[in-house]
Design a protein around this ligand. Structure first.
Ligand code: A3P
Length: 414
């Protein structure tokens, strides 16, 4: 039997209306989720944590960045439905599996990130050893820098904080190794490249300095390393003014080998340099040491430390043995963690001795989980010097060394 034409068109219209309604509802439901949901954290988190930054670009993916359960961090995007780790996400995915499948994955970090930051170097990522570069930009910082909100376990947002800890020097004593090892600790956030705020860029002001520092959560310690601070007059006063409660780490090494290491670094930058002896002695025949020459003056530890002790109590400064940092890194790191008031996370199990490199390396880098040695600019072989030169320099440094031992209360037997 035939339905009247009117009824037919009425039913058709109703059908079309319903169809449109579902399409629109579906569309807005999806977008409602896009823009309003902050509930993209795991079940461990309350669903409506405050968001402090609005992403402007990028294709965020919530990412569990640390395996360490005590310091779990999440990157919380709030303009994208890819809540991959939530029930909500599963529900969404079931409903719109084709949309989930289309979601972009985290992009690989750009290749430039593998270039070494800081002094020396220019070494690149290679198959034998990784450079220091990636540790310079921890993954979670990269995400946070792209405009995602980084949240700590207590819901506090990440911020750039002025340093709690400065590795002030001494240049060529193992400062990079100390920084690299310290970064293993989940309570440490460290800048990669040397910032040189207190010696070169002081006029740029504290807000510039802060902008150069990594994001950190409350309770984490921000560490900056610029070894030139130790030897530059005027820096201790500035640090005292701006960071009166800073804890200072000073790595020292036999000043004769330090001088050679410093000279070797210079050689790698300026090929046509004169020999170590030529630069060390005012006149080779006189045996008079040129104490003004950087590689020599850098090892006059007592002189430099005195300036720091004029402004900081001895208890604010922890001295690390550069030799022991190579022989027994875990023992040195144990003392450093104690000085910084951190629980002892970095232990023997984090290190192995790499025979090719001739230095201790990290068993696992925080980010890649792969073994990690410092780059090729660390642990270079030095040009040979005669025993006579070595003896003259050792004698030259002796009184300064004794003074230094007295100041720090430890005999390094150099
Ligand atoms: P050399 O390259 O002359 O051997 P800094 O990081 O302060 O510039 O110090 C560089 C020195 O750190 C290196 O000097 C090297 O001896 C020392 N060092 C200490 N531990 C190291 C490690 N695990 N890997 C490489 N170099 C290390």
């Amino acid at each position: 039997m035939h339905l009247p034409r009117r009824l037919c068109s009425l039913l058709g219209g109703v059908f079309v209306l319903f169809f449109c309604f579902f399409c629109v509802a579906d569309y807005y439901g999806y977008h409602y989720y896009y823009y309003s949901s902050t509930a993209i954290l795991s079940e461990a988190y309350p669903p409506a944590l405050p968001q402090v930054r609005t992403p402007t670009h990028g294709t965020p993916t919530p990412t569990h960045l640390f395996n360490d359960t005590t310091d779990s961090l999440w990157v919380a995007p709030h303009h994208h439905p890819d809540a991959r780790y939530t029930k909500e996400k599963k529900r969404q995915c079931k409903k719109k599996y084709w949309k989930c499948n289309k979601l972009p994955t985290d992009p690989e970090p750009p290749l430039e990130m593998f270039e070494e930051g800081g002094e020396g170097g220019g070494a690149r990522y290679n198959s034998t050893f990784e450079t220091n570069s990636l540790e310079d930009t921890p993954l979670w910082n990269q995400f946070a820098d792209r405009g995602y909100t980084v949240l700590g376990t207590n819901g506090s947002a990440a911020a750039r904080r002025l340093p709690d800890v400065l590795i002030i020097g001494a240049k060529k004593s193992g400062t990079r190794a100390l920084l690299a090892f310290l970064r293993v600790h989940p309570s440490i956030r460290a800048s990669g490249p040397e910032i040189h705020y207190f010696d070169r860029f002081y006029s740029r002001g504290l807000s510039w300095y802060r902008s150069q520092l990594p994001l950190s959560l409350e309770g984490q310690l921000t560490v900056e390393k610029t070894p030139a601070y130790f030897t530059t007059p005027g820096v201790p006063e500035r640090v005292k003014d701006d960071l009166p409660n800073a804890k200072l780490l000073l790595v020292v090494r036999n000043p004769v080998t330090r001088a050679l290491s410093d000279y070797t670094q210079g050689l790698s930058k300026h090929r046509s340099r004169r020999s170590f002896e030529e630069l060390t002695f005012v006149r080779w025949s006189s045996g008079l040491v040129n104490s003004e020459w950087g590689p020599i003056s850098g090892g006059l530890y007592a002189r430099h430390l005195k300036r720091w002790l004029d402004h900081f109590p001895r208890s604010s400064i922890h001295v690390v043995s550069g030799e022991n940092l190579i022989m027994d890194p875990a023992a040195e790191l144990c003392k450093v963690q104690e000085f910084l008031g951190l629980r002892r996370v970095i232990t023997e199990k984090h290190f192995f001795f790499n025979a090719t490199k001739g230095f201790p390396c990290l068993v696992k880098r925080e980010k890649t989980g792969r073994p990690h040695c410092l780059g090729s600019s660390k642990g270079r072989s030095h040009p040979p010097v005669s025993q006579t030169t070595y003896n003259i320099l050792r004698d030259f440094y002796r009184p300064f060394n004794f003074k230094f031992y007295k100041m720090v209360g430890h005999n390094f037997h150099w």
